[in-house]
Design a protein around this ligand. Structure first.
Ligand SMILES: O=c1nc[nH]c2c1ncn2[C@H]1C[C@H](O)[C@@H](COP(=O)(O)OP(=O)(O)OP(=O)(O)O)O1
Ligand SMILES: [Mg+2]
Length: 193
């Protein structure tokens, strides 16, 4: 019988990418990834503090294994801001406004970070972090997930929004965190039983 891991997020884009990549891989090792579309409370703090707290909220949802995720977008010229507050910055000024934040700086470099937290009842939570370096560009591309149109990963000519999901998952912050999740599951196959 498959063991179930519930992915708790309010974000359809995250759900799609995680189910697309992790779903089939986890299934091979007997784990079914199920979704629970729910917005979790988020505190103010560093990315690590936010994901740890978010994971506690996630594990309070029910007595089953849960996974939650937190994504940051850090501008080097802004000493790491907006960071974990990217959602609020984007909602306030839009992606054009994010591009404009860097107008007066020659350094347009940015780092995307993804933290995936997993908590199994009765076991210590574990957090997997993946990053992706890149730069902020004028919006390009059809995939309108978040700030994908303005993030161009280092070494690529396309923004995330111009890439097929498979390509993005191969190199992205979330893809890199998901690889660590899979490595962990493969090394600890009885972790969630
Ligand atoms: O790969 C991505 N490519 C482009 N944009 C992205 C990506 N991943 C997250 N995003 C956006 C969504 C949200 O505006 C912010 C992260 O905030 P974050 O709190 O982690 O996500 P959320 O509140 O939408 O969903 P959740 O319910 O899982 O907290 O960056
Ligand atoms: Mg959120």
């Amino acid at each position: 019988m498959l063991k179930t891991l519930k992915l708790i997020t309010s974000n359809e884009g995250k759900l799609r990418e995680m189910q697309h990549y992790l779903g089939p891989e986890l299934q091979k090792i007997g784990v079914q990834l199920d979704k629970l579309p729910l917005e979790l409370v988020e505190i103010q703090g560093t990315s690590d503090e936010i994901i740890k707290d978010k994971l506690i909220r996630a594990s309070e949802v029910g007595d089953f294994p849960v996974v939650c995720e937190d994504t940051s977008l850090c501008f080097y010229s802004w000493n790491g801001l907006p960071g974990p507050y990217i959602k609020h910055f984007k909602e306030a000024v839009g992606i054009e406004g994010l591009v404009n934040m860097l107008q007066q700086f020659s350094d347009k470099s940015a780092r995307a970070e993804c933290r995936i937290g997993i908590k199994v009842p009765g076991k210590e939570p574990i957090i997997f972090t993946g990053t992706c370096e890149g730069s902020i560009v004028s919006p390009r591309g059809q995939n309108l997930f978040g700030w994908d149109p303005i993030f161009q990963p280092r070494g690529f000519d396309q923004t995330f929004a111009e890439m097929p999901m498979d390509t993005k998952n191969t190199i992205s912050h979330r893809g890199n965190a998901m690889k660590l999740v899979l490595d962990y599951f493969q090394a600890n196959p009885n972790w969630i039983s």
